[in-house]
Design a binder for this molecule. Structure first.
Ligand SMILES: [Zn+2]
Ligand SMILES: [Zn+2]
Length: 103
């Protein structure tokens, strides 16, 4: 078993576009976990992680495939559609959503 050597890296964060240091300890930790080299600095990673969990929850819910009543394209919705109510994809929904102005 050979010990891998790590050298501190400077990485440009893709979120805040600032350079951050990815040091040996972190690299060893990431390698141990089988993670890839991070593309974001720590604060952005944390923010991303928080968002990621939200996204995952969202994607889990947004995975119901329905056919748009208008253009008949498949759309993903985050709710269980009632069978007797029209379902529209995002684009058609813009056309069909109830207009709150005037009448
Ligand atoms: Zn950043
Ligand atoms: Zn549509």
């Amino acid at each position: 078993m050979s010990e891998q050597e790590y050298h501190t890296m400077e990485i440009l964060c893709r979120d805040c576009e600032r350079t951050f240091t990815f040091d040996e300890k972190e690299q060893a930790f990431f390698a141990g976990k089988g993670y890839q080299t991070p593309k974001r600095c720590v604060p952005c990673r944390r923010a991303k992680h928080a968002r990621y969990n939200d996204d995952r929850e969202y994607l889990k819910r947004a995975s119901i495939e329905v056919e748009c009543w208008d253009c008949h394209e498949l759309a993903l919705v985050d709710f269980q559609p009632a069978p007797d109510r029209p379902i529209y994809c995002g684009r058609c929904w813009q056309k069909h959503k109830p207009d709150s102005q005037g009448g």
